[in-house]
Design a protein around this ligand. Structure first.
Ligand code: ADP
Ligand code: MG
Length: 703
């Protein structure tokens, strides 16, 4: 076993601050740093020098190509590789990479979803360097490529990607948070940066078995599969010791990620069999989002090398836990103060309470938007299911913090309760103790001591959407607080009233109980909290009047951009569900039905032979079995025909995308569920040697 020193390999493939400091002339380095730290525009001369240094560094490390690396709205990362070469007049080539090539790329945008933003005659899109996320080298069998993180927009400047709105939302949040800090008398902080640490869940299965399942290959999830004798009921997988094949995978994954500067920190088994998790150390939300894309890519690549397949789908298997991302989110000042960390002094605590209440208000007012940000077709199968957060948004604060808020609401500011020390401070608010959060695993949005953990995020999606919403809605709350504080003389007195108002108006969103329980469903309804079960319903939140106002007020997304995102979400839902339906039909007709007929034939032949012996052997139960199989098979085929005809009818609704999406959700999905029921019943009746696709037991336990 080769030993690896993390410190020696960490960040070796990243054009990071240390490399820049070493390779760039001092004034250029300073200019670039200023651009990065203060979000200024990059000067052309600076770009030229940076490009040259970046190229030399990359070529020394074996790179032959560069690519603008971007995240179009379909959620993947896109790359268009270009060689570092330019022809010379005498027929040779020289390596070249200009400032222009670094800063801006032109890309045919027509093959990426734009939701009607890009008129067909204007197919050009631009990629623009995001110098706040460092360039890196991607190494694989095909060679080494310099990847330059970029934003992607249309010719007319509309965002066509996941990065642009994220950067805009960071700006919006920073502006408003700094305003609030100024009112608190803080004149040093220039920027406030959302920090994120996304925990990534995934499944690992044997690659050969994976390739035998068309549903996994085409759709990422199993569309058939009878329950195996063993599931997750023994709870023997969570934090269990790692199988050698899995730990070899994880080790290589860590090394690949460390080279890319991704601080992969924890890894462990998750609740479901074959389910695992990786968590990096948190960092600024833009980099965390890029890193999460790299984590997903690298997981798939490394899994292949180990004869494994990595499943990032939210619900690859029915009946056991699905996968998500826990988006740990907080706010940090540019001098490193966590604004969601309860402080040591009463002054710090009031500031903490203001930011905490700003979040509470934001989540309560815009819970539908937050829900929409976590909507994808895969998550429809996960949310509200086995151990997944329910589809209702609520906030877990823990008893202690909830009590404090109650007391603020009631105007009680200082007392002793259950032996806890509560000091009344200069501003008559109690001092908080750190680490006072009980662990509640059932809440979709939990305060965990010094950050919030949003647990609804789909495992396969970019974390951008969730953070764009979080940043923007909190920016809006902070704006209202700042607006109000700016009009008064006694800021501290006004803060008390602001907190009191927020708590009494928005406390319904706080829920510390069991989010998986049935009682919560009715309790939430009583409180007027919505339970939005499907993507089709959820994404409506993006185009409401309130959402349009909110996102344009903070310059995060225009009405047109929101509309395009809404349409893409519905289109994606329709396309993905359609692929699932077609995959089921194909598996049914080409694999399941022929296998069952073969089995029936074998049994019938054997029965005839047994009868021919005239030995009076008892076979009535077996005869009944053949009849039952034949009846089930017949119904199965009827269901296949039904699904086929329904998918054809769905095509007729093309003109109205909303109606078509609803049809897929209500009619096609239901038909698929019914078909599956009969398919799984057949699986339980047929000889396992004849069953044509690997079973759940094999997929989850044979690794
Ligand atoms: P768990 O939720 O599994 O108990 P931890 O609480 O240790 O795990 O952390 C989960 C994730 O939260 C990690 O990625 C960690 O880096 C991240 N995290 C910790 N502090 C912050 C913060 N201030 N802002 C954003 N993420 C954070
Ligand atoms: Mg967690």
């Amino acid at each position: 076993m080769t030993r690896v020193k993390v410190s020696e390999i960490f960040g070796t493939n990243v054009f990071n601050d240390a490399v820049m400091r070493e390779r760039l002339p001092r004034p250029i380095y300073k200019a670039l740093k200023k651009t990065i730290d203060e979000g200024l525009a990059l000067e052309r001369e600076v770009a030229e020098v940076v490009a040259a240094a970046m190229k030399d560094w990359a070529i020394e490390k074996g790179a032959t190509h560069f690519t603008h690396w971007f995240q179009p709205m379909n959620g993947i990362t896109a790359e268009k590789h270009e060689a570092f070469i330019s022809p010379t007049e005498d027929g040779r080539v020289i390596t070249e990479f200009s400032g222009k090539e670094l800063i801006k790329g032109e890309s045919d945008a027509s093959s990426f979803p734009s939701g009607g933003l890009r008129a067909t005659f204007e197919a050009r899109g631009y990629t623009v360097w995001d110098c706040t996320s460092p360039a890196f080298l991607k190494e694989d069998a095909s060679g080494v490529t310099l990847c330059i993180p970029t934003a992607f927009c249309s010719y007319t400047g509309e965002a066509l990607d996941k990065k642009t709105p994220l950067l805009r939302s960071m700006e919006a949040l920073s502006n408003q948070a700094v305003r609030v800090l100024r009112l608190f008398g803080n004149s040093e902080v220039k920027r406030v940066i959302p920090t994120v640490g996304p925990e990534q869940e995934y499944f690992l299965i044997d690659r050969e078995l994976f390739l035998k399942r068309k549903d996994l290959v085409y759709t990422g999830r199993t569309l058939f599969g009878a329950k195996p004798p063993k599931g997750q009921e023994l709870e023997d997988h969570y934090f269990g010791s790692l199988k050698e094949r899995v730990s070899a995978f994880m080790k290589e994954l860590d090394i690949e990620l460390w080279k890319l500067g991704v601080s992969a920190k924890t890894k462990h088994n998750e609740v479901a069999p074959a389910q695992h998790e990786l968590a990096p150390i948190f960092t600024n939300v833009n980099i965390a989002t890029d890193h999460n894309q790299l984590i997903m890519d690298t997981m798939k690549k490394v899994a292949n090398r180990h004869g494994l397949a990595c499943l990032l789908h939210e619900k690859p298997f029915a009946g056991v836990n699905g996968s998500g991302k826990h988006n740990n989110w907080s706010l940090s000042t540019d001098n490193g103060q966590n604004l969601l960390e309860p402080g040591k002094t009463p002054h710090e605590n009031i500031q903490f309470l203001v930011f905490l209440c700003a979040v509470i208000k934001a989540i309560d007012i815009y819970s539908d938007l937050l829900r929409a940000s976590a909507a994808n077709p895969g998550n429809d199968h996960r949310l509200g299911g086995n151990e997944a957060p329910p589809s209702i948004i609520s906030i877990f604060l823990g008893e202690h913090l909830t009590n404090i808020l109650e007391r603020i609401e009631n105007g009680v500011t200082s007392e002793r309760q259950r032996g806890e020390k509560l000091y009344s401070g200069v501003s008559t608010l109690p001092l908080l103790r750190k680490d006072d959060t009980d662990r509640n695993r059932t809440s979709p949005f939990a305060f965990t001591g010094n950050k919030f953990e949003f647990r609804m995020v789909p495992s396969s999606s970019s974390v951008s959407d969730a953070n764009v919403v979080l940043n923007t809605i909190v920016a809006d709350s902070l704006k209202e607080i700042a607006d109000r504080l700016e009009t008064v003389n006694d800021v501290h007195e006004e803060i008390k009233w602001i907190l009191k108002d927020i708590i009494s108006n928005h406390k319904r969103i706080i829920f510390n109980g069991d989010g998986y329980s049935k009682e919560w469903l009715s309790e939430a309804e009583k409180r007027g909290l919505r339970n939005i079960k499907s993507t089709v319903e959820a994404v409506e939140a993006y185009i409401t009047k309130e959402a349009v106002e909110l996102f344009s007020k903070h310059n995060v997304l225009s009405e047109q951009e929101l509309r395009s995102r809404y349409e893409i979400a519905l289109e994606t839902y329709i396309k993905r569900t359609n692929i699932e339906a077609l995959t089921m039909i194909e598996m049914s007709n080409k694999q399941i039905i022929p296998a069952v007929i073969k089995y029936m034939n074998e049994v019938a032949t054997s029965l005839n032979q047994i009868k021919a012996t005239n030995l009076n052997i008892q076979i009535t139960e077996i005869e009944k079995l053949v009849i039952e199989i034949s009846e089930t098979l017949n119904t199965f085929k009827i269901k296949v025909l039904e699904l086929e005809s329904l998918t054809q009818s769905a095509q007729k609704l093309k003109e109205n995308i909303k109606e078509q999406a609803r049809y897929y959700r209500d009619v096609i999905c239901k038909s698929m569920e019914e078909l599956r029921l009969y398919g799984d019943k057949l699986e339980n009746m047929v000889d396992s040697k004849i069953w044509p696709i690997p079973t759940y037991g094999e997929l989850m336990f044979f690794i």
